[in-house]
Design a protein around this ligand. Structure first.
Ligand code: DAH
Length: 329
């Protein structure tokens, strides 16, 4: 009996040591120490023995019970801790793993440049105005001092609509609409889409311009130069060399074109925009007295700005909208 008990106790202790899951350990606790557990049955066995034997084995079993209890509790505690730690590791983030990349959408480069220009002119006190893309020839040409015989009105250059209207060839039409509907002083810009019958590496049938118009008293060409210089340097950086050159537009007198050097330092100039002092006849066309008010105006191609700024040689990249291209901006 003594031997059996000792072996039994030794076996139980071994079993407890080997257990390695919390579920198993808890089950073992019930199996050994529970109401119908192994130890209970051993205690029942010794009741049948003689009083001396009973006392001796009873003490042994009681000692064993205490020991087993503490062994089991320690084991359960240890396994609980281990499982908790496992859970923490499972839940925690592995900072060495590559991140999950999120692809956010963004504005098209032309929209970005437009926004940038609008911000720059807003800071100089210009307000944004808009006009229609389908325009009468009056607003697009005649009111801008561009008579019927002018080459800009060639059927081959302009998209005409059946009812005699046309897709505006420039945003300058918005100058007329603005001066007709508002009283000077005026300081406005008008970004928008314009159309011409053109398609090659530097021309698109539909492209974007920003028009600018100032009408006020005592406005001179030095105001125009200062405004443009400030805007161009804000867009391209202070070091960008720029050049003003005389030109001809029917709606401005005098007229100029502004070039920026490109690529930097190679002595090559590229045309950036057209501008000038609003022609007195244009002011008269909208009922503004040129003796009292003067104005300057300018118009620039947004794709042209983007091409110069980012060194893009083919304008057709912009409407093509390939992601590989767009992702660069
Ligand atoms: N409308 C002209 C064009 O599309 C650009 C332009 C030139 C606009 C001179 C102006 C200006 O306002 O004063 O080529």
């Amino acid at each position: 009996m003594e031997e059996i008990s000792e072996t039994f106790i030794k076996n139980v202790k071994e079993k407890i040591k080997r257990v390695n899951t919390l579920v198993e350990a808890k089950k073992m606790k019930v199996d050994i120490l529970g109401k119908n557990g192994l130890l209970k049955s051993k205690f029942a066995e010794i009741k049948k023995l003689s009083p001396e034997k009973r006392a001796e084995l009873g003490k042994m079993l009681n000692d064993a019970k205490r020991e087993i209890e503490s062994l089991l509790l320690d084991k359960i505690h240890e396994l609980k801790k281990m499982e908790e730690q496992h859970k923490i590791v499972e839940k925690s983030i592995d900072l060495t793993l590559p991140g999950a990349r999120r692809n956010f959408g963004k504005l098209h480069p032309i929209s970005q440049i437009t926004q940038e220009c609008v911000d720059i002119f807003n800071k100089m006190g210009f307000e944004v105005v808009e006009g229609p893309e389908i325009e009468s020839s009056y607003y697009n040409f005649e009111a801008l001092n561009t008579p019927e015989w002018h080459p800009a009105r060639d059927l081959h250059d302009t998209f005409y609509v059946n009812d005699g209207r046309l897709l505006r060839t420039h945003t300058s039409s918005v100058q007329i609409r603005t001066m007709e509907s508002r009283k000077p002083p005026l300081r406005v810009i008008s970004p928008g889409r314009v159309y011409r019958k053109d398609y090659d590496s530097s021309h698109l049938p539909a492209f974007f311009q920003i028009e600018g118009l100032v009408v006020d008293k005592n406005v001179s060409i030095s105001d125009l130069k200062g405004t443009l210089e400030n805007a161009i340097k804000s867009i391209f950086g202070n070091d960008k060399p720029i050049r003003f050159r005389p030109h001809y537009f029917p709606f401005t007198e005098p007229s100029i074109e502004v070039d920026v050097s490109f690529p930097e330092g190679k002595g090559k100039w590229l045309e950036l925009l057209g501008a000038g002092m609003v022609h007195p006849q244009v002011l008269r066309n909208v009922g503004i007295d040129p003796k009292e008010w003067q104005g300057f105006a300018f118009g620039m191609g947004i794709e042209r700005i983007a091409m110069l700024k980012y060194g893009i040689s083919d304008i057709r990249e912009f409407p093509r909208n390939y992601l590989d291209f767009l992702k660069n901006f």
